[in-house]
Design a protein around this ligand. Structure first.
Ligand SMILES: CC(C)(COP(=O)(O)OP(=O)(O)OC[C@H]1O[C@@H](n2cnc3c(N)ncnc32)[C@H](O)[C@@H]1OP(=O)(O)O)[C@@H](O)C(=O)NCCC(=O)NCCS
Length: 230
């Protein structure tokens, strides 16, 4: 089976109130569905997020450090993924997947795991001027659209966006972090295929139900990209 799809970065606001409302409501619906369909894949829960108000969902979209990418089927292109569509059109298509880029993270949460930092002891590589760190979270693809490259395309779009922010800030290195349950073989294979490496195994339970908390048996993975070498 082949599918063409497009990946769109949701805006942080929209001039037409009804289109903006539609985006907020669809973002909420897809996220709640993901928490119901794949409860073991996320550190947050349906019972927690179903209590969120419209303002909470709107704040997620408006957050200057959160970039929400949406996958939708596309009928107007033979290539896969298809070229971007207009922001308005995204509200008229079904949403089949999403992923969120968070960051840049504050320096205190930057990872010290870059191989050349460790090997050479060049502590200056850890400085904010040289590298920038992002977290990628909330990856979800609707069951009927899986194994067709949608998750891969979402991640590639997220990584391209993170790199463009890094370039704008004059950083020569960018680190992307993900966390996944060790038992989530689909996600693990996807991350490994994209070049992520395991940097830590967390066998503790941190936080309670927050989106950033770690579950038992969670793997922390990183992908480093150095400009000029890719
Ligand atoms: C993980 C998930 C996003 C993958 O989405 P997807 O669109 O099916 O992924 P893709 O089709 O782009 O697959 C990319 C690669 O991931 C790996 N992969 C994905 N699903 C797999 C499966 N069921 N079995 C083995 N490998 C799998 C493969 O390496 C695949 O490449 P290939 O098809 O060339 O072999 C999807 O299964 C999902 O939404 N799961 C529930 C939510 C979740 O676990 N999110 C991640 C939280 S950390």
């Amino acid at each position: 089976m082949t599918i063409t799809y497009t990946i769109t970065l949701l805006p942080k606001d929209y001039p037409d109130p009804s289109t903006w409302d539609e985006m907020i409501s669809r973002q909420k619906d897809l996220r709640l569905l993901s928490l119901q369909i794949a409860p073991d894949s996320f550190s947050s829960t349906f019972s927690r997020e179903s209590q969120f108000t419209r303002e909470d969902w709107e704040a997620r979209l408006k957050n200057p450090q959160a970039f929400t990418f949406i996958a939708s089927p596309s009928s107007n292109s033979k290539s896969s993924p298809a070229p971007p569509i207009s922001t308005f059109k995204i509200t008229q298509e079904p949403w089949i997947g999403s992923a969120v880029l968070l960051g840049p993270l504050p320096l205190s949460t930057n990872p010290p795991s870059h191989p050349s930092t460790k090997a050479s002891g060049r502590s200056e590589l850890r400085s904010e001027e040289n590298h920038i760190t992002f977290e990628i979270c909330a990856l979800f693809v609707m069951p009927e659209a899986r194994r067709l490259g949608v998750g891969n395309a979402l991640f590639e779009a997220v990584i391209v966006h993170g790199k463009s922010i890094a370039r704008e800030r004059g950083c020569s290195l960018v680190c992307f972090r993900v966390s996944t349950a060790e038992s989530n073989k689909e996600a693990l294979r996807l991350y490994e295929k994209l070049g992520f490496k395991v940097v830590a195994r967390n066998n503790f339970l941190s936080g309670s139900t927050g989106a950033g908390s770690c579950m038992r048996g969670t793997l922390s993975m990183e992908l480093w990209s150095e400009f000029g070498s890719d």
